[in-house]
Ligand binder design. Structure first.
Ligand SMILES: NC(=O)C[C@H](N)C(=O)O
Length: 327
């Protein structure tokens, strides 16, 4: 049987509530990995499974330091010819961030699958056990090779870059808007319908070996008529770059643009992403001239991670735009 390692970080998949009817008000990350594994003995029909507890937290508390630790551990594990795939149990609030981060920093074409749940492990019809079983089945499958880091929940296989949380409580919360799922889990097997064209894993230029921190990047939300006070505070706090969660087609209020302009003239990177959920940010010619970088259709939280990694390589605006065009 293939060997699959499960790295556990907490989340609702490891959540515990007082009553089986409670689907809110539970404690995320309360149950250890061995208990989660023991609850799904069927996994052993598909893989030799072993677990490792990395942290036990709700995913709103996953830090850059934890993501770097995970990336380095996944790389260590997958460099071992005896390990065929890795599953990471994770809270759904930031699962897409960690998945995208690993998509950019894992140096292997072996499967890396992130999985979570929307109902705590103690709930009636908890979704965690089936999700975990399918994640392990996928991580054990050679069909997952080279597909990049994926999120698997509710039978769907989603690319880390495009999968995003859509509903705050429903088990069917994840969507891959516009570009769709990579495939589905069917009869314990991954079935693929498409593949991502963006660079990831073995084709990524980012190497975080031994790193324990990354440059600070903050996200500044844009609403009509807003000023630049928050952006100023972010720079004061040590931000080395900013991501604007801008409005339709990357428009931002004049008050913010006026603050960014002289900063960009000095080489400070400002990436325009959008809080509109889908679509490309197409920069006006004068916005390009001023030095703005477009995130394309990458959402603000993922644009933040890509900018953090880009800043480990370069400060050059054109080079950072090249990175956003390719990942
Ligand atoms: N469904 C979940 O996993 C939500 C939880 N707050 C988490 O992200 O850890």
């Amino acid at each position: 049987l293939p060997s699959v390692k499960i790295l556990a970080t907490g989340g609702t998949i490891a959540g515990s509530a007082a009553k089986a009817t409670d689907t809110t008000g539970y404690k995320a990350g309360a149950i250890g990995i061995q208990t989660l594994i023991d609850a799904v003995p069927q996994m052993k029909d598909y893989a030799e499974v072993s677990g490792e507890q990395v942290v036990s937290i709700s995913s709103n508390n996953v830090t850059t330091e934890i993501r770097l630790k995970l990336a380095n551990r996944v790389n260590e594990l997958l460099a071992d010819p005896k390990v065929d795939g890795v599953v990471i149990t994770h809270g759904t609030d930031s699962i897409e961030e960690t998945a995208y981060f690993l998509n950019l920093t894992v140096k292997s074409d072996k499967p890396v699958v992130l999985v979570g749940a929307m109902r705590p492990a103690t709930a009636i019809s908890a979704d965690g056990p089936m999700n975990l079983l399918e994640a392990v089945q996928a991580a054990a499958s050679p069909k997952m090779k080279g597909q990049g880091v994926t999120i698997i929940m509710n039978n769907r296989i989603g690319a880390a870059r495009e999968t995003t949380k859509f509903n705050t409580s429903n088990v069917d919360t994840f969507r891959a808007p516009e570009y769709g799922w990579l495939g589905v889990m069917s009869q314990a097997e991954p079935v693929f319908y498409r593949t991502t064209t963006r660079r990831h894993t073995t084709k990524s230029e980012f190497d975080v070996t031994g790193m324990t921190e990354l440059p600070r990047v903050d996200i500044i939300y844009a609403v009509a008529g807003d000023d630049a006070k928050l952006a100023e505070a972010a720079v004061k706090a040590g931000a080395k770059g900013l991501v604007s969660a801008s409005m339709g087609n990357c428009s931002i209020p004049n008050g913010q643009e006026a603050f960014y302009e002289p900063m960009m003239a000095k080489g400070f990177p400002v990436v325009l992403s959008e809080h509109v959920p889908t679509g490309e940010c197409v920069l006006r010619p004068d916005a390009i001239k001023k030095g703005f970088i477009s995130s394309g259709n990458l959402n603000p939280k993922k644009a933040r991670l890509l900018l953090q990694l880009a800043l480990t390589k370069t400060q050059d605006i054109k080079e950072i735009q090249r990175i956003f065009n390719e990942y």
